[in-house]
Ligand binder design. Structure first.
Ligand code: MBD
Ligand code: FE
Length: 309
């Protein structure tokens, strides 16, 4: 027998009070959201007959998630961050704003304030015994005009699939740079071929993924924020073709237009010309931004980020 009480006037009034509806203080948007969360939460409890034991497990899980700083990882893994992209895509489409390189999720591992470089940069600190990668490309407006002084804010993982700052064994801002494009909208950098990312195996995100029969792996990828005066900000990633998890990303970030062919080159002459020894890789990718004169659209969405002022 299912017992339900949440619909009764008494319980409804109780949750209105718990949401602050009976006072004139605080924030009305927050009251609306809290009220909805409480109502939907108890509806889940009644519909699924959630036991007190399950309830307290969930409370403890949230504590674990916070203490391990994995809330941003979990929302990526459950597809909620990708859902926000789908929603913004649909809003753009309805407003007739489609066009340009597709967006895809930022993820939880950006760090603000990476060294600022003109036209070119070296991203790696030379300590990773990895394949050297040369990446270059151009930033254009959707009208085809190259965008000079566009900002290419790039970050990626090392060969362990980990990111500087979050992995304290790496040097400060390793594999993170901000590069301003030249007069032809061009950027170029030397780095290393990244590996795919895997959720911490002992963490709460992986623990939940295990419970629903899913892995916590991402294909090798490179993150970008691209911005230019008078244009829409772009948050995106490039996925390397040929990766095991290319079409099985636990965070659902892969989009066909964002897959780049990485070229591995074994030619000694070319290596010498590049100033490297042995096998290296090349990658080319251009970005296209639609115009916008709205300040809000020219910037990345606000969100708490490491080292952001
Ligand atoms: C990553 O490197 C990442 O980009 C995302 C979205 C989630 C976890 C790790
Ligand atoms: Fe990443």
């Amino acid at each position: 027998m299912t017992v339900r009480i949440s619909h009764t006037a008494e319980v409804q009034k109780f949750f209105e009070n718990a949401s602050g509806f009976d006072n004139d203080l605080g924030n009305s948007r927050m009251k609306t959201v809290v009220h909805r969360v409480l109502n939907d939460a108890v509806k889940i409890i009644e519909d699924l007959q959630v036991t007190p034991e399950e309830f307290w497990k969930a409370v403890n899980y949230l504590n674990e998630l916070g203490s391990r700083q994995e809330a941003g990882l979990l929302v990526a893994g459950l597809g909620l961050e990708h859902y926000l992209d789908l929603l913004m895509d649909a809003e753009d489409e309805q407003a007739g704003r489609a066009g340009g390189t597709p967006r895809t999720i930022e993820g939880p591992l950006y760090v603000a304030g990476a060294p600022l470089c003109q036209h070119e940069a070296r991203l790696d600190d030379g300590t990773d015994d990895a394949t050297v990668m040369f990446m270059e490309g151009r930033v254009f407006g959707t009208d085809g005009a190259p965008l000079a002084n566009a900002m290419v804010d790039v970050w990626h993982a090392n060969t362990n699939g980990t990111y500087s700052y979050f992995d304290p064994s790496q040097s400060e801002f390793n594999l993170r740079r901000r590069i301003q494009t030249d007069a032809e909208g061009r950027y170029r950098f030397r780095s290393i071929v990244p590996s795919g990312y895997g959720c911490p195996p002992d963490g709460p995100t992986q623990q939940l993924l295990d419970q629903i029969g899913r892995h916590g792996q991402r294909p090798a990828h490179i993150h970008f924020f691209i911005s230019a005066e008078g244009h829409r900000h772009l948050t995106t990633q490039i996925n390397l073709a040929g990766e095991k998890y290319l079409h099985d990303d636990f965070a659902y970030a892969t989009r066909d237009e964002l897959i780049a062919e990485i070229r591995f080159i074994d030619d000694a002459e070319q290596a010498k010309a590049r100033g490297v020894e042995g096998r290296f890789a090349e990658l080319t990718f251009d970005f296209t931004l639609p115009p916008s004169d709205e300040a809000r659209e020219q910037q990345r969405r606000e969100r708490k980020r490491a080292l952001e002022a």
